[in-house]
Each structure stands twice: as structure tokens, then as C-alpha cells.
Write a protein that binds this ligand. Structure first.
Ligand SMILES: Nc1ncnc2c1ncn2[C@@H]1O[C@H](COP(=O)(O)OP(=O)(O)OP(=O)(O)O)[C@@H](O)[C@H]1O
Length: 400
């Protein structure tokens, strides 16, 4: 649906990234519609990278692609708008922040419980599986890009670094994929199931079931990786999350997302990423050579999952040959009913009442308070640039 800037009333800036500025916006032409997040990219911004507009158009095209086959943990495109200077598109507002801010709010050590890690990883695997199945490698997985809906479920956003690759058929998963030599499977699984039961079972919907032996066998996978001849060679991603093949400048494919998932799992469990050095060079050396260090409950199904996702050679990495189905079949997820993830009524963390209220604010409440025109925002920003010749960061947002 095409949006008309004349009808759009911005409530506040939600965030700024390398590509664009995201606003919380209400549509005057549709007063009953809750406010949404509008990502706006300046097409001719001299201080932005030259490929900003093409990256923005790519991101918009990914959103359009996701419209045909909606996924609960990926954004759906509410609408878009374009002027000679701006390109903008709207996706649902996520009022509860992102996984990074959530982790920082956890005390005392900023780490998630195993059950919460399982919950977020499973939703991410489901989202990545969908992207891979339509030939999109995400390439920018990090907690900041995992937003939280008011329901407590995730929404994976920010596709400007993603890329299209041709999906290929993947190998069936052998039943012996996951020997866990040091773990007492039976005892651990029982404990894990009872923990999960407390967190995720609700009267109407259960995502985890005690697993009958015949269901434990992994199903063969029909989604994911790409032929090795068609790989991306560009260097993308966030330093601490980039995979060894990206650091080496080798081509990369869907398995970079499984590497990043391993980093994210580690960060959620230990409160830091595994390979961070004092500077970029050291971080990259660690990415190439260092083994992840584990403390506390080790080895466990979670540490085994992390080790397998962080295999330095992509060909040996979990998910490389069997795609998302191979990752889903890891014992850390035993008993999880993937098809019911979106039905979980009580995710580990829910939005606060204030956050939910903001997501439900309606016009004319907005007009009476601080609504502003997005086009004016950028016009003022440009005028300020012309006068001060300083960076956008020096312009006070409180003026809008
Ligand atoms: N749907 C949303 N709901 C709430 N906040 C959002 C939403 N989408 C984006 N944001 C906020 O806006 C910020 C910038 O958005 P986004 O990451 O899409 O921009 P970007 O320019 O692509 O950033 P990057 O530099 O990571 O590429 C996010 O960090 C987040 O805080």
C-alpha cells in the first residue's frame, strides 16, 4: 500500500542506523490503525555511503518479498512512500526494545536463563529458516536487530546487509548427527523438559512436549544452503559476529547466519561475545584461531550447540549440509514443537504496560501532543547541516 506523507504524523524517533532513521508514526487517514515504525532513508545524503539508496531499495524489496509468505517473526510491510529525496517503508512497531537492551536490563550478570535462550534461538532459527528457504542470507544477526513485539515474540529486522543466494537442496540429516559423549542424555532431558514445561506450557498451547522416542529422529531437510559456486565475497556484518570465512575473504553462504547464531547464543549465555579482542585485528585473529571458552555448566547441550555452530570451517558447521532442519534437530531443542512457536502465550519477557500503551496510542492523542512531519524533520536537518557543516548527531532531536 502506498502511504501519503501528507497523512503521516511522526510521534518520535525510534532509532537511527547507518542506512536510515526510524520513526514511530501514525497515519491520519486511518485513525484506527495503531502507530507503526517508518524507516526513512535520505536518497541523496552526502554524508551517507554512496550505495545507501540501492541498499534501501534492496531492503524494501525484501520486505515486499516477505509479504507473499508472511512469517510471525519477520516484519510485514504495512506500506511505503517515496519523494524525490526520501524513500520510506512501514513495518509493525516493536515497543519492547531489542534483545541487546533486554540483556542489559537483566541483573546481576546480564545473562539469559537456558529456557529463555532456547526460546529466542528457536524463534530465530524459524525466521532464518524462512529467509534461507526464499534464498535470502541475512548476514547481520546480532541482538540489536532482534526486536521484541508487545507479545514478547521476536521480530528480526534490518535487511540492508542481506543478500540473495540460490537455495539448494540439502542432505538428509543422519540419525547419528549428535553424539554428546559427556552428557547423561536421559537425566538432562528430563530436567530440561520440566523446566521448559514451567516456562512455556500454557493451558491452550504447548510448544514443548516430552518427546516420544520415534519423534526424536530428525526429518530430512529441504531448505537452505547454496551452491558453493555462487557465494558472496563482500565483507559485511558486525565485527564480533563475522564468521572466519568472511574474515578470510573467502566466499560465504547461508552458513554465516548459523555462525552468528552461535555467537548470539554464547552472548546470551555468558554476557559477552566469545572472540572479542582489544581491537579489530585481535578480534579477527580470535575468530580465526580461538576456541570458545566455557565456564560453569559445561559440557551441556547448549555448549555443544554453540561449539557446533562455531565450527571454523563452514563445511563442518551445523546447518551447512542439512540447513535449518539440521540445527532444529540438535538435542538442545529436543521436544520443541516448531510449528507452534508463534502460539506461545507466555514468552520469557513481555512488554511493560507503558510500552504497550505507546504502541496503542491513537490519533487524535498524537496531534494534541508532539506530532511532526517527517519531511520537515529532514528539511531542518539539511538546513542545519548547511549552516553548521557538522554531523547529523549534533542536531537535537528535541526540536522535533
Ligand atoms: N519496528 C521497529 N520498532 C521499534 N523500533 C525499531 C523498529 N525498527 C527499527 N527500530 C529502531 O530503529 C533503529 C534503526 O533501525 P535499523 O536497524 O533498521 O536501521 P539501519 O539504518 O538499517 O541500521 P544499521 O546501522 O544496523 O544497518 C533500530 O536499532 C531500532 O532501535
Amino acid at each position: 500500500m502506498e502511504l501519503d506523507f501528507d497523512n503521516l504524523c511522526a510521534i518520535r524517533v525510534l532509532g537511527r542506523g547507518a542506512t536510515g532513521t526510524v520513526f514511530l508514526v501514525a497515519d491520519r487517514s486511518s485513525p484506527s490503525t495503531p502507530p507503526f515504525a517508518l524507516k526513512v532513508v535520505e536518497k541523496h545524503n552526502p554524508s551517507a555511503k554512496p550505495d545507501t539508496e540501492s541498499r534501501a531499495r534492496w531492503e524494501l524489496s525484501v520486505h515486499s518479498c516477505l509479504l507473499t509468505d508472511r512469517h510471525p517473526f519477520l516484519p510485514y510491510l504495512i506500506g511505503y512512500a517515496e519523494t524525490p529525496d526520501l524513500l520510506a517503508w512501514a513495518i509493525p512497531f516493536c515497543p519492547a526494545g531489542d534483545l541487546n537492551s533486554l540483556r542489559h536490563s537483566l541483573s546481576p550478570d546480564r545473562v539469559f536463563s537456558t529456557s529463555a535462550i532456547r526460546f529466542y534461538l528457536s524463534e530465530l532459527i524459524s525466521a532464518l529458516s524462512h529467509l534461507h528457504s526464499i534464498g535470502i542470507v541475512y548476514r547481520d544477526l546480532k541482538p540489536e536487530n532482534v526486536l521484541l513485539q508487545s507479545s514478547g515474540h521476536i521480530l528480526l529486522t534490518d535487511f540492508d546487509l542481506s543478500r540473495h543466494l540460490t537455495p539448494r537442496n540439502v542432505s538428509p540429516i543422519p540419525s547419528t548427527t549428535f553424539p554428546l559423549p559427556y552428557v547423561n542424555h536421559r537425566r538432562r532431558r528430563n530436567r530440561h523438559c520440566s523446566k521448559i514445561t514451567r516456562i512455556f506450557f500454557s493451558a491452550q498451547n504447548s510448544v514443548f512436549l516430552p518427546t516420544p522416542p520415534d519423534l526424536k529422529k530428525a526429518k530430512s531437510a529441504r531448505v537452505s544452503p547454496v551452491s558453493r559456486v555462487e557465494r558472496s565475497h563482500s565483507f559485511v556484518g558486525t565485527e564480533e559476529y563475522v564468521s572466519p570465512e568472511v574474515v578470510r575473504g573467502d566466499g560465504h553462504e547461508f552458513s554465516v547466519d548459523w555462525w552468528a547464531l552461535g555467537i548470539l547464543a554464547y552472548e546470551m549465555a555468558y554476557g559477552r561475545t566469545p572472540f572479542r579482542g582489544r581491537n579489530r585485528k585481535e578480534t579477527f585473529r580470535n575468530v580465526l584461531t580461538m576456541k570458545p571458552e566455557f565456564v560453569g555448566n559445561y559440557p551441556s547441550e547448549l555448549t555443544d550447540l554453540i561449539v557446533r555452530l562455531l565450527a571454523k570451517e563452514p563445511e563442518k558447521r551445523l546447518g551447512y549440509s542439512g540447513g535449518a532442519e539440521e540445527v532444529k534437530a540438535h538435542p538442545f531443542f529436543t521436544g520443541l514443537r516448531w510449528e507452534m512457536l508463534a502460539d506461545v502465550g507466555r514468552p520469557p519477557f513481555l512488554a511493560t504496560a507503558e510500552e504497550i500503551e505507546e504502541g496503542e496510542v491513537r490519533l487524535p492523542d498524537v496531534d494534541r501532543t508532539v506530532g511532526f512531519d517527517v519531511r520537515d524533520y529532514f528539511k531542518k536537518l539539511r538546513q542545519r547541516h548547511a549552516v553548521t557543516a557538522t554531523s547529523p548527531a549534533s542536531v537535537s532531536l528535541t526540536e522535533f
